[in-house]
Design a protein around this ligand. Sequence first.
Ligand SMILES: [Zn+2]
Length: 65
Amino acid sequence: MNKRQKNKQLKKWLIKNGYSDKKGKLHCLECGNSLSFKDEYQKRYLVCNELCYMRSVGFSWRDFL
Ligand SMILES: [Zn+2]
């Protein structure tokens, strides 16, 4: 499977699961910011940054103090 097909499949899956709007844009699962398909991190975790990722998996800064 090439990269383009993979992206197409991912996009399909995301739309099916409600992570994407009609324009094909992704949104952060935590804060709702729009994400970029070009950003590997955002694409992989469906969050806009590390902070949102931690929140999405149930961590907070308090867990590290
Ligand atoms: Zn976010």
